[in-house]
Design a protein around this ligand. Structure first.
Ligand SMILES: Cc1ncc(COP(=O)(O)O)c(C=O)c1O
Length: 367
């Protein structure tokens, strides 16, 4: 069922949903440029700038791919390129389940390391499962947007180092850029995101970081993705500084401007701003409601709050939208709708903007 919330043209509804998130006006306006050919030197300059700036921002020496697609493209291609037969998928909510579904659809042998919604993937369970059977890859979501869980990726990465033939494939779609991770230090082979989340861009681009082992695996794969293929995109970049097929040029122009802003702020400072917002939201949630996910694993970019007051969340959401032009999210799917609600505090948000939302909720709910 689509949401009941009505968007009014030209009205700025401030988005506290976990993506798409707020985009600066100047970034939207940056797209207002004449087109140029995707095989021109102007394109090479644009594409190499955004690719190298992204490496700088993320602090990685690995390969970076920027693709005109949403992040799901890399969920698919990372499995296509890195998994021959067996893959272990940790599942702890809707998006990690999607990963396992994709792998099944691609005809891979999928084992699920399954957790109840709201609980986190545990490194010792990953070790136990990997000791029992050989897998080409293990998949994990960094931030399960449906439940508000931040998985202990760094600790899981330390386990993965003991299984060098098993690729560590990470969906960081609702975390990267808003939750610091040292990509090169934790045994991560592939990690990807979508720009409409903590990168605070209009949707339409996905970013993937690929280490040398995953690049080689992709290069030697007997079959793999063409459009979002890892080695395919990396090789084209190495050779030409461009993309194999026509990219979303306007979005890339906006990306160049936004990445400059992100570089000015810095990865760690950006992460700290997100942590400040998360801590404030958790405090507010505990005062008035309760946090839904397992303690110790609370997301830094989206807080999932248990509806302990039995409020009518959809009505509250609509009323806050109508009165304050702010939009937060209901709980995810059949399991969590009305039982929880979610505040996305990522991208451009600040403590002040998040406080304005919680004030608005208090006012409308009469708290
Ligand atoms: C954790 C996670 N994975 C995957 C996706 C899908 O991303 P996209 O819609 O950019 O393909 C989302 C979107 O919300 C997400 O939060």
């Amino acid at each position: 069922m689509p949401s009941q919330v009505v968007y009014v043209k030209d009205k700025h509804t401030k988005l506290f949903i976990p993506g798409p998130t707020e985009v600066k006006k100047e970034i939207i306006e940056a797209m207002n440029e004449w087109m140029f050919g995707h095989r021109s030197s102007t394109m090479t300059d644009l594409f190499t700038t955004i690719t190298e700036d992204t490496k700088k921002f993320l602090g990685t020496d690995h390969h970076v791919i920027i693709l005109s697609a949403s992040g799901t493209a890399f969920m698919e291609s990372s499995v296509m390129d890195c998994v021959d037969k067996n893959v272990l998928c940790s599942t702890c909510g809707s998006f990690s389940n999607r990963m396992a579904d994709i792998a099944e659809r691609l005809g891979k042998n999928v084992d699920r390391l399954d957790y109840e919604w709201g609980t986190a993937v545990k490194p010792e369970d990953v070790r136990e499962a990997l000791e029992k059977k050989e897998y080409d890859a293990f998949t994990c979501v960094m931030n399960e947007t449906s439940t508000g869980i931040r998985n202990p990726l760094e600790e899981i990465g330390e386990v993965m180092k003991d299984f060098p033939d098993t690729m560590f494939l990470v969906d960081a779609i609702s975390a990267l850029g808003g939750d610091y991770i040292d990509i090169d230090a934790h045994g991560i082979d592939v990690i990807y995101t979508s720009v409409q989340k903590a990168f605070a861009m209009p949707p339409g681009l996905a970013v993937c970081v690929v280490n040398e082992e995953a690049y080689q695996r992709s290069k030697n794969a007997s079959s793999g993705s063409f459009y979002a293929g890892l080695a395919k995109n990396i090789d084209y970049y190495k050779k030409k500084g461009q993309t194999p097929s026509t990219p979303a040029i306007s979005l890339m122009i906006a990306y160049r401007a936004q990445m400059k802003r992100m570089l000015e702020e810095g990865h760690k400072a950006r992460s700290q701003r997100h942590l400040d917002m998360a801590e404030y939201t958790r405090g507010w949630a505990k005062k008035h409601f309760d946090m839904f996910p397992e303690e110790g694993y609370w997301s830094q970019t989206v807080s999932t709050i248990a509806n302990t007051r039995d409020l009518k969340i959809e009505e509250l959401r609509q009323e806050v939208n109508k009165k304050y032009d702010m939009l937060f999210s209901n709980g995810y799917g059949k399991q969590l709708k009305e039982k929880t609600f979610r505040i996305g505090h990522m991208g451009e948000h600040t403590l002040e903007s998040v406080k304005a939302l919680t004030d608005a909720i208090e006012d409308v709910a009469g708290m």
